[in-house]
Design a protein around this ligand. Structure first.
Ligand code: ATP
Length: 319
């Protein structure tokens, strides 16, 4: 392994820079040249590669986003696009590729591996929607961002004796809502993995209001539906004043938490080590605080287990 390339793809996530830094420095430490690809697979097809140095990744560990930028490319999903990318990799004499992204990006890495090019995936997405790893890079920071918003909304919700419905990201995965909801003391957490009964929630809001509670927080994962619509229904059925807030892309930004910087650094090093060891078509992740790796096909075919214990606990604690 003499030359490797690294790219970030799909939605950006805080901690991606820590992973890029680790990939670059771990490679250079092992006398491997490393190229940064701008704009994910799009940049790869267009030959946007630049050699990285130790200092090119200086002063980035604490920054959100990705210095390599990210993009989505429909063209790369097709064989023609992949051929273009393989051609560029050949021209630059790259021996291996590290892809930092979510499940879509891993599909791209899988496609390249199947065509004989060594590729390793690092899970970088705030959604935490990959089944094979306990956590993805960016999730912890996104939860903390949501939690900060909950705390701020609590103040105003309480002053006005309202119900706050807060919509968080995560696509079809309810983890951001679950973790931020439990940590933020939400009255209800609506996630795509679990059915919910809006009448039951309304009943609970009315009885806690009668008990003298001045504010209530309801977390809604984006995969469930619109917080605005849910807010309208709650206001109509309870007579309580409800306000909805959609946190949106603010959850993708910000300085990465210690957890995400550690995860990015550990996974970056592990990915390069796999390439050094002659491995291909694998993804790295974290299980019980140990760094693991497994076959990319296997990882993508696994079904995510929702954390029912945490969900049930949140229900109990919000009586
Ligand atoms: P996030 O979870 O944050 O959205 P992601 O990696 O899942 O990240 P996607 O938009 O699904 O984001 O995928 C990123 C890119 O990966 C796509 O734009 C495309 O170029 C490539 N990709 C996705 N699916 C495939 C596929 N089936 N085959 C080849 N490449 C793919």
């Amino acid at each position: 392994m003499k030359k490797i390339a690294v790219l970030t793809s799909g939605g950006d996530a805080p901690g991606m820079n820590a992973a890029i830094r680790a990939v670059v420095r771990y490679s250079i430490y092992h006398d491997i040249k490393v190229y940064g690809v701008q704009r994910g697979y799009k940049g790869l097809m267009e030959g946007e590669l630049q050699e990285m140095s130790i200092s090119s990744v200086g002063d980035i560990i604490h920054r959100g986003g990705t210095i390599l930028r990210s993009a989505r490319s429909l063209e790369f999903k097709e064989k023609e696009g992949q051929k273009k990318a393989l051609n560029v990799l050949d021209v630059f004499k790259i021996d291996g590729l590290v892809v930092i992204g979510g499940d879509g990006s891993f599909m791209g890495a899988k496609a390249l591996s199947e065509q004989g090019f060594p590729a390793i995936g690092i899970p970088g997405t705030i959604d935490n929607d990959l089944a094979y790893t306990d956590f993805t890079i960016g999730f912890d920071t996104a939860v903390n961002t949501a939690l900060d918003a909950i705390s701020k909304l609590r103040d105003t919700t309480s002053s006005h004796e309202r119900v706050s419905i807060i919509e968080v990201m995560g696509r079809n995965c309810g983890d951001i809502a679950l973790y931020a909801g439990l940590a933020g003391g939400a009255e209800a957490i609506l996630v795509p993995e679990m059915p919910y009964d809006l009448d039951e929630i309304c009943k609970k809001l009315i009885s806690s209001n009668n008990r003298g509670k001045t504010q209530s927080i309801i977390l809604v994962a984006e995969g469930v539906g619109s917080a605005t619509e849910i807010g309208h229904v709650i206001q109509e059925r309870t007579g309580l004043e409800a306000r909805s807030t959609i946190l949106g892309h603010i959850q993708r930004g910000g300085t990465p938490s210690a957890t995400d910087r550690l995860l990015g650094s550990r996974l970056g090093g592990a990915a390069v080590q796999l390439l050094i060891d002659g491995k291909s078509s694998r993804v790295v992740g974290i299980k019980d605080n140990d760094i693991i790796d497994l076959d990319i096909h296997e990882a993508l075919s696994m079904k995510r287990q929702f954390n029912l214990d945490m969900y049930n606990l949140a229900q109990i604690l919000s009586i």
